[in-house]
Design a protein. Structure first.
Length: 392
């Protein structure tokens, strides 16, 4: 049954420390800690497959609108439409104002992404030239009771969000660090501790490359003259998350811009429909019903009957590649021929969900690399299965 769902988004939960034979898999395992929590399913009403990703802003610094512009009334001659609706997501926002940093401040080129660490290199990435942490801008003296130009604020936050995800997708982690505060850098790698720009870059360079995209930005709120919030539906690899992002005005290389400060559990239901796969975990084995779906968006509804934590780690294996390669190939990167799709940790005697989208037709593999009481990954004991996505 196709249904619209709200992903889990408990950003205060982190995974327990565990040993993996494949450290690269920790990319999504860590970041997926943003998704641990309860959430409910809502039946779709519109019969659509959901909103496409918003039109991306390049990996550049985008100047924020002035507080005077944001506090001004919208143009009465044009009717604002929701910027993240399926029909208008790519067209309703005006072109972002790309800022030119101060000439005296070094800046990484937007087109020269930071290279990912080589599998044979040290797990800690080489230092890159990045600016210091973004510094908050003092709040100007304005009338907080003035009307909000919601459309303009949405355009600002869409530009800030999509420029960040463009940097992340390109592997430009030095540039990406300019678009977020130390708190969000930590959250992005599954930590409750803030990360400096240099520490974030060193960690991010050890992760396997994945794509990021912003699907929806809704319900913008101007909290004060330097703080805004919005509901953001976004993807990391093929995994969908719905969070409430807080943005703060910062000065980055002489540019006054919105940076992502923190993400908290969101309440926005994504404009996505999905087909459910009922998943039972018992005695270190998976049971998937159905095992074949005709949909590119899949919702795993998981019940873990074992008394220990397990994970739903979804991978795509190239022809001729088996899961044995995961046990034979230690290191910071995923083995060649293995693509990360999504991950969720399910607590012992608990339940959870994992929402994936953009799945191409083919066979997908589900494994658990969490260790048993002896420290051996459950995969080594045979905890794996597959499911198939067929073309519609």
């Amino acid at each position: 049954m196709r249904q619209r769902v709200l992903p889990m988004s408990d950003l205060n939960s982190t995974y327990p420390v565990r040993t993996r034979l494949v450290a690269g898999v920790a990319t999504l395992a860590a970041a997926s800690s943003l998704l641990l929590g309860s959430w409910g399913a809502i039946h779709a009403q519109d019969g659509t497959s959901g909103a496409p990703p918003l039109e991306e802003t390049n990996c550049v610094l985008v100047a924020a609108s002035s507080i005077e512009e944001l506090r001004g009334a919208p143009d009465s001659t044009s009717e604002a439409s929701p910027i993240a609706s399926p029909a208008s997501a790519s067209t309703s926002a005006s072109a972002p104002r790309v800022a030119t940093p101060d000439a005296s401040t070094p800046q990484a080129s937007p087109v020269s992404a930071t290279p990912a660490a080589s599998p044979v290199a040290s797990p800690v990435g080489s230092p890159v030239m990045i600016v210091s942490d973004a510094s908050p801008v003092a709040s100007p003296d304005t009338d907080a009771s003035a009307p909000l130009n919601e459309e303009l604020l949405t355009e600002d936050l869409v530009a800030a969000s999509t420029s960040l995800t463009s940097c992340l997708t390109e592997g430009g982690f030095g540039q990406a660090s300019n678009h977020m505060t130390a708190t969000f850098r930590g959250q992005l790698v599954g930590s409750t501790q803030p990360l400096s720009a240099s520490d974030y870059v060193s960690l991010a360079e050890t992760f396997p490359p994945i794509n990021y995209s912003i699907l929806e930005v809704e319900n913008p709120t101007l909290v004060d003259d330097t703080t805004a919030t919005a509901d953001v539906v976004w993807t990391l690899a093929n995994q969908v998350r719905s969070d409430r992002w807080t943005f703060t005005i910062s000065n980055v290389q002489g540019v006054t811009m919105w940076t992502v400060d923190v993400a908290t559990p969101g309440t926005l239901t994504p404009s996505l429909e999905s087909t459910s796969i009922l998943t039972t975990i018992s005695q270190d084995r998976y049971s998937l019903l159905p095992g074949t779906v005709v949909d590119d968006t899949v919702l795993f509804e998981v019940n873990n009957n074992d008394g220990v934590d397990h994970e739903i780690l979804v991978l795509r294996l190239d022809d001729g590649i088996s899961t044995d390669v995961l046990l034979r190939t230690p290191g910071p990167q995923l083995p060649v021929g293995v693509t990360l799709i999504g991950q969720a940790t399910i607590a012992g005697d608990g339940d959870g969900r994992l929402l994936l989208t953009g799945l191409e037709p083919g066979v997908y593999t589900v494994v658990c690399l969490l260790p048993d009481e002896t420290g051996v990954p459950h995969l080594a004991d045979g905890m794996e299965t597959t499911f198939t996505v067929e073309a519609s």
